[in-house]
Design a protein around this ligand. Structure first.
Ligand code: ADP
Ligand code: MG
Length: 238
């Protein structure tokens, strides 16, 4: 089991409380979308799950393990960022391989992993290109491949499609849903876009001001909002 639980998580930056006693559960194998207005603490929450920020107080659990103070490399989580964070001077192959740095994977195995993953995300013909020779969608696929090559238990994606145009965004949404089905791994996906959230997630967590407003299926969220904020954000007719 790799269910992720955040228990009474508080995160302050100086005097600023950006996550305020947050409780949430991300089910093992789910496609969970964390959605909420800009600045509500989504990225900070993801970064705490990945281990890139430490909570001021509270606990983070993955399955039976309390990982609150565990270093990122030991959490078996891979994160994909909005700006791709690719290395501009490295080829696609090297960028993907970089996901395996520090993992002590033998060269032959690295090669076969790169082949397998680039085939899944459709990059086989682009392995020797540099990022500037790729389209936005292809760059996003490289970022995904770099995360996938680690075979993590959990994928964390922070607004991964927000730099893409509307048509490509629609296509990538469908591809990500397929990828989730194929891998069966937990996906934690952040967006500020309620349409994206409702169309992609099997579990939705709506945040506002660092607090969970509702944690539910898209259907329940729409038909049975907990409060006025949820109803207005999701667009439930009054
Ligand atoms: P979201 O991803 O939902 O847009 P964030 O988690 O990025 O929100 O940010 C929540 C709040 O925390 C914002 O007000 C932001 O300015 C603040 N914040 C985020 N990271 C830091 C930091 N490293 N130092 C100080 N304030 C931060
Ligand atoms: Mg953010």
């Amino acid at each position: 089991m790799a269910e992720i639980r955040l228990v009474n998580i508080v995160k302050k930056f100086d005097e600023d409380t950006v996550v305020n006693n947050l409780n949430l559960t991300i089910e093992d194998g789910s496609f969970t979308v964390i959605v909420g207005p800009s600045g509500c603490g989504k990225s900070t929450t993801l970064r705490m799950i990945a281990g890139l920020e430490t909570p001021t107080s509270g606990e983070i659990w993955i399955g039976d393990d309390c990982v609150t103070n565990l270093e990122p490399g030991k959490r078996n989580i891979a994160m994909v960022f909005q700006n791709y964070a690719l290395y501009p001077t490295m080829t696609v192959r090297k960028n993907i391989e970089f996901g395996l740095v520090n993992k002590k994977v033998p060269k032959a195995e690295r090669e076969s992993l790169i082949q397998e993953i680039s085939d899944i995300v459709g990059l086989t013909d682009h392995l020797d290109k540099k990022p500037h020779q790729l389209s936005g969608g292809q760059r996003q696929r490289v970022a995904l491949a770099r995360a996938m090559v680690k075979k993590p238990k959990v994928f964390i994606l922070d607004e991964p499609l927000s730099n893409l145009d509307a048509k490509l965004r629609g296509q990538m949404r469908r591809e990500l849903i397929q990828l989730h089905k194929r891998l069966g791994t937990t996906f934690v996906y952040v967006t500020h876009d309620q349409v994206e959230a409702m169309s992609m997630g099997d579990q939705i967590i709506l945040l506002d001001k660092g607090v969970t407003q509702q944690m539910d299926s898209p259907m329940n969220m729409y038909h049975d909002p907990n409060n006025v904020f949820t109803a207005e954000f999701i667009g439930t007719p009054p």
